[in-house]
Design a protein around this ligand. Structure first.
Ligand code: HEM
Length: 294
């Protein structure tokens, strides 16, 4: 029986690490993915593969692109493709560090670590700006419907997900320079009680991204977490979906490409990278790489 990786659908962990790796030696790729199958359970360690890995194995995934490219964007949207992305979920930062070391070592020489970021749950699910994040996420059965490819989606595809990963760097000085009302108007919700503000301008983040307002409707399963590195911090934005289209529709509108209105988030935050990947499903509690001929 095929299932999605349980870590994708589960509640957010207290602590996490996001690891990006790049393909370095294709000769070892198949063996490295086999090693990964024994180490990553899809629950504590969620796995996603980039387009270059699929292509190196001679497979193309319909709908998978390397990363966001938004023609006509009025703001910089970086696209930094990643070969392999691991989301380590847990509760102890030390354990996560050691798990990362074990994985990175086991994946050599096929993959080389490119980037790793520590993330955590802040005030039960708030962004570092203090706003509740995830309120309008799907609920109940809708989570799997939105986040994964449905039954009948194709051989080795059922239960898999597409994921958009975009690290946002906040400028806290810019944010602090805004009045509390201007901050609420930028998000489109009141920080104090999370109430949606009808009077917010069209640039307000929740007006830009209102999922029912797109045609077709653009629902995503957001699993973002705050991150810190030294004195820098922001949001590791992560959206799972049955395709990448909903995320890209939202980002397009946020970027101003559609109507010239840029999302007010850009007044105090900006994406510093961005990649799209594919999360294989599980079969018999192991990563199912049948789609890749493994
Ligand atoms: C600095 C980065 C970001 C921050 C701090 C942020 C924060 C928030 C907050 C506070 C909400 C309101 C509560 C909720 O429904 O979750 C929200 C909603 C939402 N955000 Fe973001 N977000 C960020 C980036 C993005 C990006 C890049 C996308 C997609 C391209 C996105 C898509 C959404 C969606 C779909 C909603 C729900 C809209 C609705 O249907 O009401 N966000 N975000």
């Amino acid at each position: 029986m095929t299932h999605s990786q349980p870590g994708i659908l589960a509640s957010l962990p207290d602590q996490a690490r996001y690891i990006s790796l790049q393909l370095a030696d294709t000769g070892d790729l198949v063996a490295a993915l086999r090693r990964l199958q024994t180490l990553a359970d899809g629950k504590a360690t969620v796995v996603a593969l980039g387009q270059d890995v699929l292509r190196a194995l001679g497979h193309d995934m319909p709908g998978l692109r390397a990363g966001p490219v938004i023609p006509g964007s009025l703001v910089p949207i970086p696209c930094h493709p990643v070969s392999l992305w691991l989301w380590l979920r847990g509760s102890d930062r030390g354990e996560l560090l050691h798990r990362e070391r074990q994985l990175v070592q086991a994946l050599q020489p096929a993959f080389a670590r490119h980037h790793s970021v520590e993330a955590f749950l802040h005030e039960q699910g708030r962004d570092l700006t203090g706003y509740e994040d995830g309120t309008e996420n799907p609920q109940g059965d809708d989570i799997a419907r939105v986040a994964t490819v449905a039954v009948g989606g194709g051989d080795g595809l059922e239960g898999s997900s597409f994921v958009a990963v975009q690290q946002w760097l906040h400028d806290f000085e810019d944010f602090d320079a805004m009045s509390p009302t201007a901050q609420d108007m930028a998000i489109g919700r009141r920080r104090a009680d999370n109430e949606e503000l009808d009077e917010a301008p069209d640039s307000a983040h929740v007006k830009r991204t209102a999922q029912e307002s797109f045609s077709p409707e653009a629902f995503v399963w957001r699993r973002s977490m705050p991150w810190v590195a030294g004195h820098h911090g922001g949001l590791m934005f992560v959206a799972f979906g049955s395709s990448l289209d909903a995320f890209e529709a939202q980002l397009t509108r946020m970027s101003g490409a559609e109507d010239g209105i840029v999302d007010a988030l850009f007044r105090f935050s900006r994406p510093v990278n961005g990649a799209y990947l594919w999360c294989p499903p599980l079969r018999d509690a192991r990563l199912d790489l049948a789609r890749l001929g493994l």
